[in-house]
Design a protein around this ligand. Structure first.
Ligand SMILES: Cc1cc2nc3c(=O)[nH]c(=O)nc-3n(C[C@H](O)[C@H](O)[C@H](O)COP(=O)(O)OP(=O)(O)OC[C@H]3O[C@@H](n4cnc5c(N)ncnc54)[C@H](O)[C@@H]3O)c2cc1C
Length: 560
């Protein structure tokens, strides 16, 4: 903290009077406003979220000089990390910049991972994997940090493989997605970090491969092949590092385990809150009348609620059943070119909500007007995403990468007319009704231009995973938020943070979304696991610990 206060004091002297005034009202704003969106030495996130990012002293973008080999990219990372360490500066890497907080940001040195796109599906040499993985080594893949989730899907599908889960979109880079615990609604599987088998990390003076000791996958021989990396098998270290938002070093690559290619059968419908409330309590979807769905939850189940029309068909449910694809079906689809056809037309919730609102809507003077107009916008966005009125979509079967994608995901510029933000609250599933009803009470009197979307994720082993409960219900609220028309949205979002804390309801926040910048919620959410994570980090990094720290880590009590 001392360090950032000192640096801030230095930059404070160079501020104009207006900027100083702003600093007193909103300290983070000065930082973020110091940057123009088209400036080179700047970090701005994909959604241009306010108070995220700012100037960067050194911005680097290492590449592989040979796309069929990782060694040049790895060597470049090693050189950068050693140089930064020798200068005693701080460094963070970023992926697609989709995170909605300063989790990826430092003003000192930043690495753009997007040029690190080596990917190899299958480990050829038997001696590179442990006995348990010999027969399925064709399902392991070595994925460099900057591979986009979409591109990993494409590399896997031609080998009859798929990722076990992803987020709703596929524009994140691999290291970025894993580092914050990106998830979908895989009730029986979990979040993306669950398929990570080893992490290849660059730290000063060396590069290491971390894996679990209780479930090791790779051997020292693999380490030799990977340019002489040291293999460390340690459950505590791996579980702490896998979701650590860049705080354990620069991730060069990940070893992941894919599964046989599958398809997902889609259904969606609209309901009133009175119909979905009992399902949220019992997790028995049979009363909803979906074809072929009994009392068991399917592979993916999701509810998005328009709080202002919740009793007028404003609760949208979509589900996906997992359908296996036989080898014969795969062969036929591959030969007929069906696996190539892939043109994302749909939108995801972030994008649809962003597009549903015009700046003028944020200026509506009364809560009644805002409820009416926001209710209309949210309903429009949810209908687009959940496709409840598209008869031809109902019962359709597609590959996971065809569902969980959207056109704008691969475009670095946001499509929203105003900057956006999002938050995701994780609660134990048996408290989800209580949590959303607390949120209803807040947004009823001070409306947010956002739906309340609920997904369900199995418990993660990662020490600081926000999906930490046996079954976590994640409550997502994303929508426009700017310094002009939509600025009052922050008040409502803060009220949600405060209300959850005051009610003693167990909860966590998604690391890749916006969250309260204080150390209380982190300690309350993760209790003694905070110390387990901090100890694992300091034992691993030793004197280099400060290099991979940033202001946010200090503000939320994870460093020192
Ligand atoms: C449109 C949109 C849709 C989204 N949908 C979902 C969703 O469905 N489910 C969900 O769970 N989340 C979702 N999110 C959140 C998003 O998945 C996470 O914020 C994710 O971390 C972003 O990945 P990224 O590649 O942009 O990483 P960044 O935001 O660039 O970085 C994320 C973190 O990873 C670290 N990092 C990145 N690369 C490296 C590296 N090489 N070495 C070390 N650390 C690194 C960064 O320092 C940072 O701490 C969504 C966000 C947006 C904007």
């Amino acid at each position: 903290m001392l360090r950032s206060t000192f640096l801030c004091a230095l930059c404070f002297t160079s501020l104009s009077a207006a900027q100083r005034d702003l600093f007193y009202r909103d300290p983070d704003a000065v930082h973020a406003l110091a940057c123009k969106p088209d400036e080179d030495q700047c970090y701005i996130n994909w959604h241009k979220s306010i108070n995220v990012g700012g100037k960067v002293e050194t911005l680097l973008a290492p590449n592989n000089t040979d796309s069929t080999d990782f060694s040049s990219g790895l060597a470049a990372l090693r050189q950068i990390v050693d140089q930064v360490a020798s200068e005693g500066r701080r460094i963070k890497a970023f992926g697609s910049t989709w995170s909605l907080s300063n989790v990826a940001y430092t003003e000192e040195v930043m690495i753009n991972s997007q040029g690190l796109t080596y990917c190899k599906v299958g480990i050829d040499d038997e001696s590179h994997v442990t006995a348990a993985f010999k027969d399925i080594r064709n399902r392991l893949a070595i994925v460099q940090a900057g591979m986009m989730v979409r591109d990993v899907h494409q590399a896997l599908k031609v080998k009859n493989l798929a990722l076990s889960t992803t987020g709703a979109g596929d524009g994140q880079r691999f290291a970025g997605a894993i580092s914050t615990g990106t998830h979908g609604s895989a009730l029986h599987y979990g979040a993306m970090q669950e398929f990570v088998r080893a992490l290849h990390i660059v730290i000063p003076g060396e590069h290491v491969l971390l894996q679990r000791s209780t479930d090791p996958v790779i051997t020292d021989a693999f380490g030799v092949w990977m340019d002489g990396t040291r293999v460390i098998s340690d459950d505590t270290l791996f579980d702490a590092a896998v979701v650590s938002f860049g705080s354990f070093g620069i991730i060069h690559a990940l070893i992941i385990e894919a599964e046989p290619l599958y398809e997902l059968k889609f259904q969606s419908k609209q309901f009133n809150y009175g119909q979905v409330r009992p399902v949220l309590q019992s997790l028995d979807p049979s009363s909803l009348g979906f074809k072929g769905i009994g009392s068991e939850m399917p592979f993916h189940f999701e509810i998005a609620i328009n709080p202002y029309r919740r009793n007028q068909d404003g609760c949208f449910v979509r589900l996906f059943e997992k359908v296996t694809l036989s080898n014969e079906e795969f062969r036929v689809q591959q030969e007929s070119g069906m696996l190539d056809a892939y043109d994302p037309e749909d939108t995801d919730l972030f994008e649809a909500v962003g597009q549903a609102f015009k700046p003028a809507m944020g200026l509506l003077p009364t809560p009644l007007l805002r409820r009416l107009v926001f209710g209309r916008g949210v309903q429009f966005a949810l209908r687009r995403v959940f496709q409840t009125k598209a008869r031809r979509e109902q019962g359709q079967t597609k590959k996971p990468y065809e569902w969980f994608t959207f056109k704008g995901a691969h475009d670095p510029a946001t499509k929203s007319p105003v900057p956006g933000t999002g938050l995701e609250i994780g609660v134990p599933v048996d408290r989800v009704v209580e949590a959303i009803e607390l949120i209803f009470a807040i947004v009823d009197s001070d409306p947010l231009a956002a739906p309340i979307a609920i997904r369900f994720i199995k418990k993660s082993r990662a020490t600081l995973a926000f999906t930490k409960y046996d079954l976590t219900a994640s409550i997502e609220i994303s929508g426009p938020y700017d310094r002009g028309a939509f600025r009052r949205q922050i008040k409502t979002r803060n009220q949600i943070f405060e209300t959850l804390a005051a009610n003693g309801l167990p909860h966590t926040y998604h690391w890749g979304q916006n969250f309260p910048v204080n150390d209380e919620w982190v300690r309350n959410a993760f209790e003694a696991d905070v110390d387990v994570w901090k100890d694992a980090r300091s034992n691993f990094l030793g004197d280099s610990i400060d290099i991979f720290s940033n202001d946010l880590l200090e503000q939320i009590g994870l460093y020192p």
